[in-house]
Ligand binder design. Structure first.
Ligand code: NAD
Ligand code: UFG
Length: 338
């Protein structure tokens, strides 16, 4: 198959591209490089041992999309492109609706024109909302989210549902990611956040490598076993393989599937695991809670196993080792290492 990967030079898209190439698919990446580097395409090719095509362009630009679908006979689309900073999304809602929601509508319109009706969409556990019980099960409805980013994911899922009801030829899977961490085992691909990382793992890694002084742990008084928040951290390569599994079972209709491990880990457990695996101390301090954080959530991972024979395989040690290898080999991300 020939697969279009939007946002394909980003963190999750790049790892997924490797998995798709290694499974024998042809891959076209579309990325406007607003949060990634073109170097990533070379590294994908290097790891997979097969070329990948990178088109620098925007999902909000229908001319680019129409041309792409004319030039390449795409069978299916894996749609990662979008903005993802939760805090920023609430401060600047319009670019989030514009890029994530309007961008997806433009993409779906171009796909319709080109008669490409298969899509796997990057959704998020955040669509379960603020009050769902844990673990999150797909049969729960979507809940009320307290940030614009989450709202865009929820809106896109609803747009996809409306599209599916209007035209039964569409084959659609929304994958609801829990907390992706880690890097490709080669140390050549990983997460390269711009500026101060919002997420836990890149922050830990940057403290360990000496780029930042200490980790602030947001809240130590949550109703959890050790008082810090718990999340379902999943290795990015497991997540990437989840996309291949989803493409393999795509059929007319629509479905939503969690990609998580089913096991919650606290912030303190993550810091300890990183220190144990790497032997590097991560200075940290418990500070006040971060607005909008939920005490804990994790996936019920049964559906992914049942419907697409996929399970997260990699261990917590793998997550830490691979994060550290990436960080050590690329202390400044993709910037000055080439
Ligand atoms: P990322 O920022 O590393 O990758 C997104 C890529 O999309 C970037 O390379 C960026 O340059 C590109 N992009 C953004 N807007 C674009 C546009 N208009 N046109 C073309 N390219 C555009 O993020 P990621 O962590 O790889 O996340 C990928 C997807 O998964 C996103 O949709 C994100 O919301 C979703 N997701 C991520 C997480 C997470 O924790 N990383 C969790 C749940 C869901
Ligand atoms: N944390 C810290 N210090 C940091 C960064 C994070 O203590 O410097 C804590 C957070 O408070 C949270 C945990 O580490 O308890 C994980 O935080 P992340 O920011 O890494 O991840 P979140 O669970 O907050 O965010 C994830 C996804 C989003 C999604 C959101 C839904 O990254 O895409 O879940 O709540 F929208």
């Amino acid at each position: 198959m020939k697969i279009l990967v939007t946002g394909g030079t980003g963190y999750i898209g790049s790892h997924t591209a490797v998995v798709l190439l290694q499974a024998g698919h042809e891959v076209v990446l579309l990325d406007n490089l607003c949060n990634s580097s073109p170097v990533v395409a070379d590294r994908i090719t290097e790891i997979a041992g097969r070329p990948v095509t990178l088109i620098e362009g925007d999902i909000t630009d229908s001319d680019t999309l129409d041309q792409l679908f004319r030039q390449h006979s795409i069978d299916s689309v894996v749609h990662f492109a979008g903005f993802k900073a939760v805090g920023e999304s609430t401060q600047y809602p319009l670019p989030y609706f514009g890029n994530n929601v309007a961008g997806t509508i433009t993409l779906l319109t171009a796909m319709t024109k080109a008669n490409v009706k298969k899509i796997v969409f990057s959704s998020s556990a955040t669509v379960y909302g603020n009050t769902a019980p844990v673990p999150y099960v797909e049969s729960f409805g979507r809940g009320q989210t307290n940030n614009t980013y989450g709202l865009t994911k929820s809106m896109i899922e609803q747009i996809l549902e409306a599209l599916s009801s209007s035209d039964p030829e569409w084959s659609i899977i929304s994958l609801r990611y829990f907390n992706p961490v880690g890097a490709h085992e080669s140390g050549r691909l990983g997460e390269d956040p711009a500026g101060i990382p919002n997420n836990l793992m890149p922050f830990i890694a940057q403290v360990a490598v000496g780029r930042r002084k200490q980790l602030s742990i947001f809240g130590g008084d949550y109703p959890t076993p050790d008082g810090t928040c718990r999340r379902d951290y999943i290795h990015v390569m497991d997540l990437a393989e989840g996309h291949l599994a989803a493409l393999n079972i795509l059929k007319p209709g629509i479905d939503a599937i969690n990609l998580g491990t089913g096991r919650p880990l606290s912030v303190l457990e993550m810091v300890r695991a990183f220190e144990d695996v790497t032997g590097v101390k991560v200075p940290s301090q418990i500070v006040s809670r971060r607005e909008g954080d939920l005490p804990e959530f994790w996936a019920d991972a049964e559906k992914a196993s049942r419907v697409m024979s996929w399970k997260a395989k990699r261990s917590l040690n793998d997550m830490m080792e691979d994060t550290w290898r990436w960080q050590l080999n690329n202390p400044d991300g993709y910037k000055i290492t080439e």
